[in-house]
Design a protein around this ligand. Structure first.
Ligand SMILES: NC(=O)c1ccc[n+]([C@@H]2O[C@H](COP(=O)([O-])OP(=O)(O)OC[C@H]3O[C@@H](n4cnc5c(N)ncnc54)[C@H](OP(=O)(O)O)[C@@H]3O)[C@@H](O)[C@H]2O)c1
Length: 293
């Protein structure tokens, strides 16, 4: 069996087209969705992530702005900026770009975001709602994985989903999303981590296998059963002397081996990655719609 490739770029374009229409509908009612970024310091990776999110926002018609503060801004001053954005109706959504400088408590800043504007879905109130199956903002990467599954014809309902990784931004919220008694979910979910005794014994039971470990090519061909749908969240740089940059990106899955057994697989790059910014934009449009309603 050779796997079908789940094309994250194509799914992402499809969702952005839908978002553009929803933004136009909001604008006809006099509402322009707004997305405020809070960036503390000038970490090049963070600056580049924020730039690509700003670009994505512009592409679908969302008004966005980056509130950049010096790296030595005191925690209270960062929280004041967040609180002023909470009160400003221009902004439907607020995203605090992480990581923050060490002197600032990320928890304190995240807790200051109005949950109704927390389009990153990381406020504890929103995580609680997610677990309870209440309306909330699904964190972008797991929300993107759910959309990739649904839009590629792989509804997780009734399937055994094995998630390798239990981080707060991917593994745990994905488990919370897919286990719900709700359309697009209803899966039986197993979450694995570094203390899982026999990882292969778990992955071999998966109908849908999600690798979110940050360990290059850790899921090898012998760990995957014929016909499994494989979602590779990993984004690992490995040395590659043939590349000008000296490196290339690989996932957490040994793609060349697993593609021979999987029913469907996401590539790296071009799978989960393109979905993350798109789902942030999705949440921003949703926040504006909820506010209007
Ligand atoms: N494409 C995207 O948009 C996107 C977004 C987010 C993340 N990512 C990528 O996804 C990967 C995971 O990110 P993350 O933030 O979730 O990572 P993380 O916070 O480092 O968590 C990794 C998780 O994987 C588990 N793990 C690591 N090695 C393992 C192994 N050999 N066997 C079993 N479990 C193992 C860890 O277990 P313990 O809990 O026991 O330590 C941990 O729960 C990274 O490559 C990251 O770059 C991509």
């Amino acid at each position: 069996m050779t796997a079908t490739i789940i094309d994250g770029r194509a799914v992402s374009r499809e969702i952005r087209d839908e978002l553009r229409q929803r933004v136009e509908a909001l604008k006809r009612k006099g509402v322009t969705p707004g997305l405020a970024f809070v960036l503390v310091g000038d970490n090049p990776a963070s600056m580049s992530y924020v730039a690509s999110k700003n670009q994505g926002a512009a592409e679908v018609g969302i008004n966005s702005h980056t509130f950049q503060l010096p790296a030595d801004t005191p925690q209270d001053a960062v929280i004041e900026v967040v609180q002023s954005l909470n009160c400003d109706p221009t902004w439907s959504g607020i995203l605090v770009q992480l990581p923050l400088p060490r002197a600032i408590s990320e928890d304190a800043v995240i807790n200051a975001i109005d949950p109704a504007k927390d389009v990153d879905g990381i406020h504890p109130a929103n995580i609680g709602r997610l677990l309870r199956g209440e309306p909330t903002f699904k964190p972008a990467t797991p929300a993107g994985i759910q959309q990739l599954l649904l839009r590629s014809g792989n509804d997780p309902a009734g399937k055994h989903v094995v998630i390798c990784g239990r981080s707060n931004i991917v593994g745990k919220p994905l488990a919370a999303i897919l286990m719900q008694k709700a359309p697009g979910a209803n899966a039986t979910v197993t979450v694995c981590h570094t203390r899982t005794r026999d990882l292969a014994a778990m992955t071999l039971q998966a109908d849908i296998l999600v690798a979110a470990m940050g360990a290059a090519r850790a899921i090898t061909g012998d760990m995957v059963r014929e016909g499994t749908v494989v979602i590779d969240v990993g984004n690992n740089r490995i040395e590659d002397a043939t590349r000008k940059s000296g490196f290339r990106l690989v996932g957490d899955v040994d793609y060349d081996a697993v593609i021979e057994k999987a029913a469907a697989i996401t590539p790296v790059p071009g799978g989960v990655g393109p979905m993350t910014v798109t789902m942030l934009l999705y949440n921003t449009v949703l926040a504006a719609e909820r506010r209007f309603e």
